[in-house]
Design a protein around this ligand. Sequence first.
Ligand code: S3P
Length: 446
Amino acid sequence: MPENMSIHHLISRTARPLRGTITVPGDKSISHRALIMGALAVGQSRISGLLEGEDVLNTARAMSAMGADISRAENGDWLVHGVGVGGLCAPQGVLDMGNSGTGARLILGLVSTYPMRTVFTGDSSLTSRPMKRVTIPLEKFGAEFHGADGMTLPLAVSGILDPVPVDYEVPVPSAQVKSAILLAALNTPGETTVTERTPTRDHTERLFRHFGVPMEITIQDSTTIITVTGQPELVARDMAVPADPSSAAFPVVAALITPGSDVTIENIGLNPARTGLYHTLKDMGADISFLNERLECGEPVADIRVRYSALTGINVPEARAASMIDEYPVLAVAAAFATGKTVMRGIGELRVKESDRIAAMVAGLRACGVAVLEHDDGMTITGGPQVTGGAMIKTRLDHRIAMSFLTLGMATVTPVTIDDGRVIETSFPGFGALMNGLGADIGDIS
Ligand code: S3P
């Protein structure tokens, strides 16, 4: 999203009961990885259901700049002609990853083990996010990074001709860090091992398996050890991207808080490392059912039916944090309408997402009349069935903050306004229209 596009205020007024069946866009995490893997395989991979949000389009541009041939077919599928592992070429110019931490960190990993210089930048949100968490392990392969002291973007990477395999334990629960190392391992001879103490989303591993990358995974208690043998020859494979459970979270919570609602959302990816929100909402009393459960391209998928429910506050188990890390903003919206206290701790990582999401939710909810206690590593919300609303929310270049407050406004006494809706394009193009089709009332104000 170009930051010079004009500011776009949006208002969310009280919704009618939300009713209908919808499909939300493709999974963002899987879409990035599908493009990258297609670009590393020889031949043409066809991707259906790809998210056409700005974050993913930036990854497509980056992979094209390094030699992959990527195009959109007439039926909406994406076609990727890959160059093979080891076949990427140095891009002309800077790779601008826009708002996307996933795109930036994954591709930083990928290029580290290619003998070329690559420069990365991003918008004002991305350039303030920590990159040391990936540069530290990637330096162990032999890559060098040149940037500002704190290792934030813009960063220049001098990749290495003869990378050495690495054995690394990821110190923070992060699928981006794990995936950066796994992608660096692909062009590294020998065996690279990544250990994670807390399970995080495993889409990279599932796609590696789909493409036949030699890999061993052992799981003991909650520790996962992944060993990849580098420099495989990958052959093109078709991929079907399920709908994004993190995007589905908005209509799910909207239906739960808007009286009279009954909504079905189709084809949602339900990878167990992503479903924490749904378990938590059920613990709060939500009427949610999973229909038509199936497996597609190695990922579990189902339709979700959700009906308006009287919610009760709970203590959200900290052990669930990694499996719902992107859903805390919208969970906070559900908590505002839940009777009693909802305690969310162990989520300090939220402070280094597209914005400081704890600070953004605390400020926005308080402005809407909700009682919130801020902790270093989380927040406690005391909710109830009536929420005042009426505030203008600062979205801080953060799509999930923007959509969370538009969701809140569907059930508040007074409408909620956000200061900038453009950033929603990064992950959920068409959000307003889709919600309005169900009965919401989201519109522009000039
Ligand atoms: C993602 C991992 C998570 C998540 C992000 C997507 C991924 O980030 O918040 O939206 O696709 O690997 P961290 O790895 O920083 O936890």
